[in-house]
Design a protein around this ligand. Structure first.
Ligand code: GDP
Ligand code: MN
Length: 383
């Protein structure tokens, strides 16, 4: 689970990591009011709050110099989408005079079965480049879980980044705080990029990123409240409640399949023939018509879906039951999206017979035929 920068900064503050003064705003008017209240005049920073990195490069971070500037930049950033995520909130932050930007990250090294601390004096927006092109500038330290981060370890690590004793002691405390967040909260990533050294000699976390281990969330009910689901994640969560395995992907062919293996194969078939699946959806083993209706509603909520491909293997599942579910669903969910159906196995003839009365359905017998029909249906769509 990811959380927003402002939420991560709240946790940082609680653990004693210095962050700059900031206010969360939902509208440009909020930003203007906060600017007047907190800054009056002078420099501040407006920052998009979205669950992705690279906001700076995308134009989602702006230094502003006066109230009008603040309002204009807030309006602009609140109208943006960054990597497909609409910006709904911004942070108005105190502008920090930066002398140097450091990178500090703590994550899981699955191969080594330890936590891995990464440090770099070349922090900021290009850390991925640094890691790729000059990996020697990104220092990596495995942290022995049985030793953790006592003072002497923190200091030793700190001196690898700073010659100056005062700075090293301060960053040492930040490393210990990061390690406490990582262990206490079951985080899988705690990252500060950049950790700014200000011209006044202070160390401030001006960006904050925390990811939590989903499998440990049950131990932290308070963390669950921090979760802000995207539209897609909301649909995925709802699907889970209804007992479906549903994963949204990038394409436009919505799939409804029974069995995870068949669902994967269906996605492969679509790709093999030059299409892109919009999702993975395994409706499971039962042939309850209501379930089919629910699955259909789910697919129709995804606005990317332009054609639906239904691929059912009837074992215990009866194809006539599935057909009844589909008919029921198409009566409930009004839409003119083409639906290709392939039923095979138990009662497949009866199933197909039921569907024949409804021109809405394009009936196929083999998986390949069904895939080609779906791709063809997409090709024939206007625009
Ligand atoms: P990211 O691009 O999503 O990682 O967003 P960051 O919060 O890391 O901001 C990107 C860059 O904006 C930072 O690396 C800084 O160079 C710059 N920046 C952010 N806050 C401030 C600030 O208070 N003062 C100055 N001068 N630059 C800032
Ligand atoms: Mn950053």
């Amino acid at each position: 689970m990811k959380i927003q920068e402002y939420q991560a900064k709240e946790i940082f503050s609680r653990y004693g990591i210095p962050v700059e003064k900031h206010t969360l705003c939902n509208t440009a008017a909020d930003v203007t009011a906060a600017y007047q209240r907190e800054f009056g005049t002078g420099k501040a920073v407006v920052k998009a709050q979205v669950l992705t990195g690279g906001r700076g490069k995308a134009g989602g971070v702006a230094v502003v110099n006066n109230e009008q500037d603040a309002r204009e930049q807030a309006q602009r950033i609140l109208g943006m989408s960054i990597k497909g995520l609409p910006v709904r909130k911004v942070l108005l932050s105190e502008a920090v005079d930066i002398a140097a930007e450091y990178y500090v990250g703590l994550t899981v090294d699955r191969q080594a079965r330890t936590a891995l601390l990464m440090l770099s004096a070349s922090g900021g927006m290009d850390i991925e480049q640094v890691a790729a092109l000059t990996p020697e500038k990104l220092i990596r330290f495995p942290i022995d879980p049985f030793v953790g981060m006592p003072d002497y370890v923190a200091r030793r690590l700190a001196f690898s980044l700073f010659g100056d004793k005062e700075h090293a002691l301060r960053i040492g405390r930040i490393l210990q705080a990061i390690y406490r967040i990582y262990t206490n909260e079951d985080a899988s990533l705690v990252e500060i990029n950049p950790l700014a050294l200000t011209t006044g000699g202070e160390l401030v976390a001006i960006d904050a990123k925390i990811m939590f281990d989903d499998n440990a969330l049950y131990r932290h009910p308070h963390l669950r409240d921090l979760q802000e689901l995207t539209e897609v994640e909301k649909i995925e969560a709802e699907a889970k409640e209804k007992g479906f395995s549903y994963v949204h992907t990038e394409g436009d062919i919505g799939c409804m399949v029974n069995g995870a293996g068949l669902a994967m194969t269906t996605m492969d078939m679509i790709k093999l023939n030059g299409g892109e699946p919009a999702n993975f959806l395994d409706i499971g083993g039962s042939s309850n018509p209501d379930k089919v209706t629910e699955a259909m509603k789910l697919l129709m909520r995804d606005r990317q879906v332009r054609v639906v491909l239904i691929n059912i293997f009837g074992g215990i599942t009866r194809c006539d039951d599935v057909a009844l579910g589909l008919i029921h669903a198409s009566e409930q969910v009004k839409s003119d999206i083409p639906i290709v159906v392939r039923l095979t196995g138990t009662n497949e003839e009866q199933g197909r017979e039921l569907l024949r009365d409804y021109p809405r359905f394009q009936i196929a017998t083999t998986m390949r035929e069904a895939t080609l029909m779906a791709l063809n249906a997409k090709k024939n769509l206007k625009n």
